[in-house]
Design a protein around this ligand. Structure first.
Ligand code: NAD
Length: 494
């Protein structure tokens, strides 16, 4: 059986002691296995990144920029190849896999502007004959730990900026779909990135714990579920590292009574069920305000009836399987329990039959959901859309703001004033106005509030430059030596 290796110091290395299965979710078959790094293997990778740091840090910005231009070219040329790898392990449909790679490419494009991003500031004559300037320098060796649901995009979000800033990187992808990270790392080598600058450590908690505790790792970027994000944040921060840990989500889409019904229904179905609901920006709660609820639920149901679910490699499929059998069963258990909690199961995805052993589940629509029900409170991370009915705009905002998570939120309306007020008061990191999945473009940054992000900076874009660099401020003077004198007073601006 093919074993997916690590990539350390520019070469593939493998371990046989501990491995994990890698499935093709569309068939349910285990097609590969992945090596799980031991503590010793992880330390070897950290040593490779440490050794590569001085030379990469000293590489001119022009040469670094070249690598990103070449990487952009290579990734564009080989997008469909990477998409096929990704779909075979994740299950999402090929067009969606290509879409994910395109969104990841935005950060490679952003990184080509690194000369501009890394510019410092300068103030002349802050005191008589004294100037001050600031520079941004790399933090050193950084660890990037990524989730299963975007096996190409999230690694690209992190490593593009981390490398551009002159750091060396240890990428620890999800063990469920690990090949995309390897593909990307090898492509970077082809683009001219020196050995040891980007290393891939395949593994699980054993490798992660070493990354969190090792003194040579100076910063940790993490994306995954909230409980793990919180524990990563606490452990790495206790060890003195800089950390950004992005967690789970429960994204609400508020539909006001004046919204265009067809447009809102299209958006809800697309954002709830795309990628089988396994997106951190998926809409999982539809908040129907006032009298629109009945017609909105009806319009969504009509669209659900036409959805095509099947293998990601079939161009007719709009939605693929879930990542594992356990995850599919967990998602199904929420649908099973919703009725007894007092909700109305309008469409039960468990009833759909599939002619396959793949990890498929039909989509579900659950009406009359309320806070306090498990189906509302938990992140389900599957093709399940809950509808909460509220009377007023104020009720909708209260619901959004009291939610445990605060990743993305959307409002659908034709009233500009209401949309502006919503933007002003919604407690979430990313807001969409008639946009259901408001993932910002690469020149802005991505991140949530509340329990969707632990740390201070968002990911990619301008925030990532702050996260992956340290500021150094230099004060300079070139006085006439004849004016020099001993002065024990604290320096004052003159
Ligand atoms: P996960 O938390 O299970 O795993 C994420 C990473 O952490 C993986 O690399 C995994 O190997 C590692 N990991 C898992 N358990 C660990 C442990 N006990 N100790 C140390 N490391 C551990 O998440 P997942 O299931 O791969 O991804 C889905 C989750 O990620 C969802 O909750 C989703 O909302 C979230 N997510 C959030 C964003 C965001 O931007 N906020 C983006 C994508 C995914």
């Amino acid at each position: 059986m093919e074993r997916i290796p690590h990539y350390i110091n520019g070469r593939r290395v493998s371990d046989a002691e501990r491995v994990a299965p890698v499935y093709n979710p569309a068939t349910g078959e285990q097609e590969k296995e992945v090596a799980l790094a031991s503590a010793a293997r992880t330390e070897e990778a950290i040593e490779a990144a440490r050794a590569a740091l001085p030379a990469w840090r000293a590489t001119s910005l022009a040469k670094r920029t070249d690598v990103f231009f070449r990487m952009r070219q290579l990734l564009t040329e080989r997008k469909s190849e990477l998409a096929a790898v990704l779909t075979s392990e994740h299950g999402k449909v090929l067009s969606d896999a290509e879409g994910e790679i395109t969104r990841g490419l935005e950060n490679i494009e952003f990184a080509t502007g690194l000369t501009h991003m890394l510019k410092g500031e300068r103030a002349e004559q802050v005191s008589r004959g004294v100037d001050v300037h600031s520079v941004r320098q790399p933090v050193g060796v950084v660890a990037c730990i990524t989730p299963f649901n975007f096996p190409a995009m999230v690694p690209l979000w992190m490593i593009g900026s981390a490398l551009a800033c002159g750091n060396t990187v240890l990428l620890k992808p999800s063990e469920k779909d690990p090949s995309s990270a390897l593909f990307i790392a090898e492509l970077f080598t082809e683009a001219g990135l020196p050995d040891g600058v980007l290393n891939v450590v395949q593994g699980d908690k054993e490798a992660v714990d070493v990354l969190l505790d090792h003194p040579e790792v100076k910063a940790v970027s993490f994306v995954g579920s909230t409980p793990i994000a919180q524990s990563i944040y606490q452990r790495a921060a206790a060890n003195g590292k800089r950390v950004q840990a992005l967690g789970g989500a429960k994204n609400h889409m508020v539909v006001l009574p004046d919204a265009d019904l067809g447009m809102a229904a299209d958006a809800a179905v697309s954002a709830a069920y795309g990628s089988a609901g396994e997106r951190c920006m998926a809409v999982s709660v539809l908040v129907a305000v006032g009298g629109i609820a009945d017609s909105l639920v009806g319009a969504i149901q009509e669209r659900i009836d036409k959805l095509v679910i099947g293998p990601g490699t079939d161009p007719a499929s709009q939605m693929g399987p879930l990542i594992t059998a356990e995850h599919r069963d967990r998602v199904a258990s929420y649908v099973a329990g919703a009725g007894s909690e007092g909700a109305t199961v309008v469409v039960d995805g468990r009833e759909q039959q599939f002619d396959s052993n793949g990890f498929f589940l039909g989509v579900s629509l659950i009406d009359n959901v309320k806070p306090g029900m498990k189906v509302y409170d938990d992140e389900i991370f599957g093709p399940v859309l809950s509808v909460v009915r509220v009377e007023t705009y104020e009720d909708a905002v209260k619901l959004v703001n009291e939610n445990f998570y605060g990743n993305g939120v959307a409002i659908f309306t034709r009233d500009g004033g209401a949309a502006r007020q919503f933007e002003f008061e919604a407690e979430a990191g990313m807001v969409g106005v008639n946009v259901p999945i408001p993932v910002p473009v690469g020149s802005f940054s991505f991140g949530g509030w509340k329990n969707s992000l632990f740390g201070d900076t968002h990911m990619y874009g301008p925030d990532s430059i702050r996260f992956y660099t340290r500021s150094k401020v230099v004060t300079t003077r070139w006085p006439d030596p004849s004016t020099s004198e001993v002065d024990l007073g604290f320096p004052q601006v003159k």
